[in-house]
Ligand binder design. Structure first.
Ligand SMILES: NC(=O)c1ccc[n+]([C@@H]2O[C@H](COP(=O)([O-])OP(=O)(O)OC[C@H]3O[C@@H](n4cnc5c(N)ncnc54)[C@H](OP(=O)(O)O)[C@@H]3O)[C@@H](O)[C@H]2O)c1
Length: 268
């Protein structure tokens, strides 16, 4: 199926790893022009360098990489300005940059609550504020907020992240209403446990006496969390859904969310 992404300009935050990196590749393969950011520009450059190789056509000409922290409004404004300077428009924005805080309520310090809320909210509001006039100008803009099943199903081991995720899901619904008159659709993708940098870092930090392989460790994790499909997801299983939602093929989809979680959500 053609997602009609050819030549559309899509901004992806957090493009150097995991879901964001997979999405950059999917969008380039679909013929889109892509602007990606991350804090570590060298890592972003290195991780996207292979995309100019064969199989991706003229991808090098259709990819802009930029170093910026999504919590910094001025830096994000510069990123969006660079995108418009290079490509002349913005049709879609995927707010993906972020990480989670694996701490229970009693372990979470006051400043950690604030930094978690700052990342989850400003990490979306800064790119949206800067990109909004450009998304509206095209008449068919789309925003996708990468969120988590935690937004609906709080996980006590991720107390602040769960609360911040719930707030972002709620805000996304409001945005879908307020931005509709500008022709901008706003949706969420709710992730379960996806095999990316986040989980690999946790695996690397396991106790020295834990000799399990990644396969054993992640299999035990999937069983412990009751994932219906019995495994963690992979980034391409998320990027496909995000690409679909940001594409013109989803023109009648707004204010909703799609779980990509292998069935870990217990709600109906
Ligand atoms: N993997 C999961 O199981 C899971 C579950 C639920 C939700 N999520 C969410 O899905 C999104 C993608 O996660 P992932 O698993 O793909 O993570 P990942 O592999 O760790 O990649 C995160 C990306 O975001 C960038 N980033 C992080 N903080 C940033 C900031 N303040 N400003 C700009 N870029 C930033 C990182 O690059 P730099 O470090 O260089 O900035 C990197 O490119 C995140 O929002 C995450 O919270 C993931």
């Amino acid at each position: 199926m053609d997602l009609q992404l050819h030549n559309r300009v899509i901004v992806v935050t957090g493009g150097s790893s995991g879901v964001g990196r997979a999405l950059v590749e999917d969008l380039l393969l679909s013929g889109a022009r892509v602007a990606a950011c991350a804090r570590d520009l060298d890592r972003l450059r290195a991780s996207t360098a292979s995309l100019s190789d064969s199989g991706h056509g003229d991808a090098a000409d259709r990819l802009l990489v930029h170093g910026c922290d999504v919590r910094d409004a001025d830096a994000v404004a510069s990123f969006i300005e660079a995108t418009v300077d290079r490509f002349g428009a913005i049709d879609g924005l995927v707010n993906n940059a972020g990480q989670s805080l694996m701490k229970r309520f009693d372990e979470t310090a006051a400043d950690e609550w604030m930094s978690e809320f700052e990342l989850k909210f400003n990490g979306v509001l800064n790119p949206l504020t800067a990109a909004r006039p450009h998304l509206a100008a095209g008449g068919a803009g789309a925003v996708v907020n990468i969120n988590a099943v935690l937004a609906r199903q709080p996980e006590p081991r991720l107390a602040a992240t769960s609360a911040a995720r719930a707030g972002l899901l709620n805000l996304t619904k409001t945005l879908s209403v307020d931005l509709a008159p500008e022709g901008i659709r706003v949706n969420s993708v709710l992730l379960g446990l996806i095999d990316t940098g986040q989980w690999r870092r946790r695996y690397d930090q396991r106790p020295d006496d834990d000799q399990r392989s990644w396969e054993e460790w992640s299999g035990d994790l999937a069983a412990d969390r009751g994932i219906t499909l019995g495994r963690l997801g992979v980034a391409r299983e998320v990027s496909f859904v995000a690409a679909m939602l940001v594409s013109p093929r989803a023109s009648y989809v707004t204010g909703t969310s799609i779980d990509v979680s292998g069935g870990v959500g217990r709600y109906v």
